[in-house]
Ligand binder design. Sequence first.
Ligand code: PHE
Length: 339
Amino acid sequence: MEKLKKIKEDAQKAIAEAKTSEQLYQVKVQFFGKQGELSLLMKEVGALPKEDRPAFGKEVNIVRAALQQSYDDSESRLKTAELADKLQKESLDLTLPGPHLSLGGTHPIPRVINEIVEILSRIGFSVRSGPLVESDRYNFTALNIPENHPARDMQDTFYIDENHVLRTHTSPVQIHTMENEKPPIRVLAPGSVFRCDSDASHSPNFHQIEALLIDKKVSMSDLKGTISFFIKEFFGSEIKTRFRPSFFPFTEPSAEVDCSCPLCKGEGCRMCGQSGWVEIGGSGLVHPNVLKQAGVDPNEWQGFAFGFGIERMAIIKYGINDIRLFVENDLRFLRQFES
Ligand code: PHE
């Protein structure tokens, strides 16, 4: 009973002095855990006279219950304090800015396409599309490109088989549109085109935008007015347009389209090769043979068409010096077009 009393007092004192729930737990282990002093004392019960054993056992249980009670009180007090302390230390500053999520931007090619479509849709043009793999007829024959024309050369054209090519320009969409729709027609066809060519200013896969207008009375002045309007809207009102006589099998007359260099304002710089002018594409009045091939009566209808290089326009507008930048996915390049 002396030993029991001492254990009780020591344990109560230790419980009262424990400063953390961890220290408190160690007190329990030492005094009234499974291997604790109380349990060891119980093992000595056999040394007592038989008649004293129940009373002693009862006393031990009372002490154990009392210690457990003190332990529980102390534990809940310490745990509450520890939790409050933890909450205090780990408190979140909700006013701190969150992690920065960067939004992607539109790639300059679709960006330029969207802008061109927006400008020309204001004067009645709407978008059509055509397949990237074309039969020889749509890419060449129906466009009045004869069998022996250099554009058919294996060196320029990716052939899929004897009769099919990756389209080398967007002009085949002219034929698809005239075959499928009744004039008057005002369509745009932006998209991928392919040519066997690759260096700083040529990519084997690039983009064009085709425009086709078919109506009763269409002249070169309609073509020039439309293109001049478009170029001023796209590059800026100070930009001039120049038409140079040229040749395309599918237009007659034909003209190459230049605009005054937006970078040097026509003064002459590296981008325009010191000429003050940059070329953006081809144009002309739709050749009667092309109208006939597509089932449109050339005696009733006339039209103009033009095809501009998207990469060229982007390069000129943004002063980009290498066409390969468009496909390299270099974020330092792309991020300049984010907003
Ligand atoms: N298809 C021609 C090219 O790729 C451009 C063009 C289109 C010329 C329409 C005249 C009319 O070079």
